[in-house]
Design a binder for this molecule. Structure first.
Ligand SMILES: CSC[C@@H](O)[C@@H](O)C(=O)COP(=O)(O)O
Ligand SMILES: [Zn+2]
Length: 213
């Protein structure tokens, strides 16, 4: 059972690596078991070449439950995964990647939310509205990762977001979902939207909540 989840994470990481979103050791992936513990990538592993030895199982308090390699450490960004799992009890997977487009989008955004273009792809993130006006929250990339996690936890304690994703400035996205397969799709869709946003910028299009009216 637990081994199956690691297979999902290995396959997803290889795909994201091939897309250039988990270059070198960048990014981290986790998936939660029915008992509330979760497998997360060990810190500093090459994400295009993961094996089952490259994971650590943690409990919901952030303590190590299972560690196939004795001197391995959990992802440096485990506190962010913990914040997401604490805020969203239905979340079963949490994926974090570093794309060039996400970093550019965060640079182009003034304020603390990235408005998303009202395109069909938003349905893939669960937004089924006419002319939707939704955004992804943007967080500061503090050197001290638990400080980022704290701000994420405090922000989502106030209210659930419109889409299951967040962006850390000059760093990358984190998505969560009720299965590893859904989290995989959410990464694909958010990154598509960011590529679209960058392409539109290059064409000098104003995307802000466009309407046909
Ligand atoms: C390429 S360095 C990136 C890291 O600093 C971090 O942001 C990251 O995503 C991977 O850290 P890790 O500790 O391997 O999970
Ligand atoms: Zn990162």
């Amino acid at each position: 059972m637990s081994g199956d989840l690691r297979s999902d994470l290995i396959a997803a990481a290889k795909h994201f690596y091939d897309r250039g979103w988990m270059v070198g050791t960048a990014g981290n992936l986790s998936a939660r078991l029915p008992d509330g513990s979760f497998w997360i990538t060990a810190s500093g592993r090459a994400k295009g070449q993961l094996t089952e030895q490259d994971f650590i199982r943690m409990n919901s308090d952030g303590a190590i439950v299972e560690q196939p390699v004795a001197d391995s450490r959990p992802s440096a960004e485990t506190s962010i995964h913990l914040a997401v799992y604490n805020c969203f009890p239905d979340a079963k997977a949490c994926y974090h990647v570093h794309s060039i487009e996400a970093n550019l989008v965060s640079r182009l955004t003034v304020g603390d939310a990235v408005p998303l273009p009202a395109i069909e792809m938003l349905k893939g993130l669960g937004v089924w509205e006419e002319n939707p006006q939704v955004s992804i929250p943007l967080f500061t990339n503090y050197l001290e990762v638990p400080k980022i996690a704290k701000e994420i936890g405090e922000f989502f304690a106030i209210g659930a977001p419109s889409v299951p994703a967040l962006l850390i400035r000059d760093h990358g996205i984190t998505v969560w979902a009720d299965s590893p397969a859904a989290a995989y799709n959410y990464v694909e869709i958010v990154e598509y939207i960011f590529r679209y946003t960058i392409a539109a910028r290059q064409l000098n299009l104003d995307l802000r909540f466009e309407s046909r009216d």
